[in-house]
Design a protein around this ligand. Sequence first.
Ligand code: GDP
Ligand code: MN
Length: 395
Amino acid sequence: MNIHEYQAKEILKNFGLPVLDGKVYNKNLDNLEADLIDLNGPPWVVKSQIHAGGRGAGHFKDPFNDKGGVQVIFEKEQVFPIATSMMGNVLITKQTGENGKTVNSIFIEEGCDIEREFYLSLLIDRNNSKVMLMISAAGGMDIEDVALTNPEKIINIHLTKDKDISLDEGLQKKLEISIDQFDELNLIINKLFYAFISIDASTIEINPLVLNKEGRFIILDAKISIDDNALFRHQELADLKDLTEEDPLELQAAEHDMNYVKLDGSIGCMVNGAGLAMATMDIIKQFGEEPANFLDLGGTANKDRVIMGFKIIQSDPNVKSILINIFGGIIHCDMIANGIVEAVKELEFKLPLVVRFQGTNASEGRDVINNSDLGLVSIDDFTEAAKTVVDLAKG
Ligand code: GDP
Ligand code: MN
């Protein structure tokens, strides 16, 4: 789960990390002008809150000046009009895709005089089952670009509870900071590591971590993602989820405990079991089309879930045909077949549909499909079924 910058900073502040004062506005900017009295400036920084990076270098769909989604402002009376122009506007960045993302929240922060910008992140190195620190003196810019052009500028260090990186003199030299600053940086890294473990983060990315004109470190940007599988232990973090950032179809599926991921292709897939769902997507690609989704009905697939699955797939306008691929184990194919027939009737479903059954009561299931008079196609062979659904999508 991703959270917004202002939420990430609130968390980091509670772990004693250096962030600047700021105020967040959701949907409306009521009180902004009065609030500004309490915020140190000039400058003030007006920051669009969306779940994507590259905001500073991005642009708005409805442009109002030549700057992006993060603007440093020196005249107090400019803060409100700029924030007003951003609110509700669509911000397009390298990471949002061409459709961009609507700005529903704006964070106004006190400004800071930047001397140097660093990159710092913590993530899980799955090859070593350890938390890894990535740090670079080339901060502020796209770390992906640095990794491509100057990979030697990024330093990777595995962190453990008893590792003392303050002993790493080489690191201090590489970052070109003083001993005092290195001590301060170590304190920050230790606190971040503690925060990372405490909140079950999967990444914490600070870009930039800056040295201000007084030579102190400050966290100017923060992105945190939290391991979904650990959210049950952190209700307060789960509550930070911004539903406007989530795909509505995925939310609907999650409410019914179904695993649905929307994709960009034209062939809807309804499958039971994640492995079979992936094999189904692979074979569709092999025949030159793209899956419109991943949908795992789960081991407890029943009629109601089939109907729910149909509704979700039907809401995606890109879908041209559907492949239902069911392996009957505990569930019986004929039961699913009855669910399919009822769902098609109930929803007046018009898209071409290919059904493949294997396993428990597969032949009874096929009979139900073949006798339905709804024009449904039942095919036993996986390859044949995939080929047919691809042909049907092409019209
Ligand atoms: P991102 O573009 O989504 O990564 O958003 P950031 O929060 O990183 O902001 C983009 C850039 O704006 C930063 O890399 C900084 O260079 C600049 N910036 C952000 N806050 C301040 C500030 O308080 N003062 C100044 N001078 N620049 C800032
Ligand atoms: Mn940034």
